[in-house]
Design a protein around this ligand. Structure first.
Ligand code: SAM
Length: 275
């Protein structure tokens, strides 16, 4: 018998994967968690029916949400990830030689525990001595830690449930305050094909708070439409103004200094969302 899993990405479109089995299912205080084993993408973490990450394509998202901001900042010593309980962003952050301390603030302890058990390739960085894991609401954490971080990454779920406020103007103001005077942050801001209004609204809200706001793109096969956006708010550094020769040579599969620059070259329909 063949088993297939479908995520309904919009009301009219889904992604369907042939699976060999379900490794974990649970309902936590915050969300429904599942890990399934797909033939095409390997193990897949699904929260509330939405694909979060897979063994085969996770490198794109995790490298692009981390190395673009880390290599934009000239000295990213103290770094915060909000959400990101699978640990993929942390695994990438600790590759960067300038990083001394990385803090992960995840609201749902079970996402971290399940990822440690079933997605060790992704969560392996969480045990590094450079990493502190805190189980709390990221919104509260940034409010309570002013002038603390060089770089903040908002590695959140879609804007539903506990993540709704992570897309608000008030949250972006708290992020600004939690950053040092030359700090910067990046948030995942969904698909330009299916979430155009969200991208426009995030860009407007972030522009009201940060002197520099820029959008960049990456190609993630399992995310709706395959084209994914990230929005950066920066107090000082321009992500398009990087010195390629200063980018440290740690191992990556997607990110290079040239990809970093190219990611800011936007197709016209995306440019129009933010102008
Ligand atoms: N890469 C993913 C994506 O775009 O689909 C995001 C992955 S990561 C698993 C998202 C995490 O954000 C979830 O584990 C969720 O529990 C966490 N999260 C949601 N709202 C949060 C909040 N307010 N504070 C901290 N973590 C939050």
């Amino acid at each position: 018998m063949e088993l297939w899993y479908t995520e309904k990405q919009t009301g009219n479109l889904g992604i369907t994967c042939k699976i060999t089995g379900t490794l974990h299912v649970e309902k936590t205080e915050f969300q429904h968690i599942a890990v399934i084993d797909t033939l095409q993408f390997g193990r897949m973490l699904v929260l509330d029916g939405m694909v979060q990450t897979t063994i085969q394509d996770e490198f794109v998202y995790h490298e692009m949400i981390t190395h673009v901001p880390l290599n934009t900042h000239r000295s990213p010593k103290n770094v915060l990830v909000i959400g990101g309980g699978d640990g993929g962003a942390i695994r990438e952050i600790i590759k960067h030689p300038a990083v001394g301390h990385a803090v992960l603030v995840e609201i749902d302890r079970r996402v971290v525990e399940v990822s440690r058990e079933l997605l060790p390739e992704i969560s392996c960085g969480l045990d590094s001595p450079k990493v502190t894991v805190i189980y709390d609401d990221g919104i509260k954490h940034v409010r309570e830690n002013p002038d603390t971080y060089d770089v903040i990454m908002v590695d959140s779920t879609e804007p539903v449930g506990p993540a709704v406020e992570l897309f608000s103007g008030e949250f972006y103001r708290s992020i600004y305050n939690a950053l040092k005077p030359d700090g910067l942050f990046v948030a995942q801001t969904e698909s330009p094909f299916f979430n155009a209004d969200l991208i426009t609204s995030c860009h407007q809200k972030i522009s009201k708070v940060f002197p520099l706001t820029k959008l960049y793109l990456a190609s993630v096969p399992t995310y709706p439409s395959g084209l994914w956006s990230f929005t950066m708010g920066s107090k000082k550094y321009d992500p398009e103004d990087i010195d390629s020769s200063a980018v440290p040579g740690y191992p990556t599969k997607y990110y290079t200094a040239e990809v970093h620059k190219g990611a800011f070259m936007l197709p016209r329909f995306v440019e129009e969302l933010i102008t």
